[in-house]
Design a binder for this molecule. Sequence first.
Ligand SMILES: [Zn+2]
Length: 66
Amino acid sequence: MGDLGVAVSAVQAHNARKHYTCPGCHGTIPPGTFHLVVVPDDEPDLRRHWHQGCWHKETRRLLGKS
Ligand SMILES: [Zn+2]
């Protein structure tokens, strides 16, 4: 989906029940935190949980490369 070839979906705070590590800042996303799940279209097993702000930075970085 979109230019980046990924599907991005939001995880609402009340649905976030685990700790995740954000690949953008390598920080923890604690339970109860609104965040994003990013799944590459061609590699559905590689889903990653991102802080919203970190993903926005990453999209700017990715789009800036092309
Ligand atoms: Zn982060």
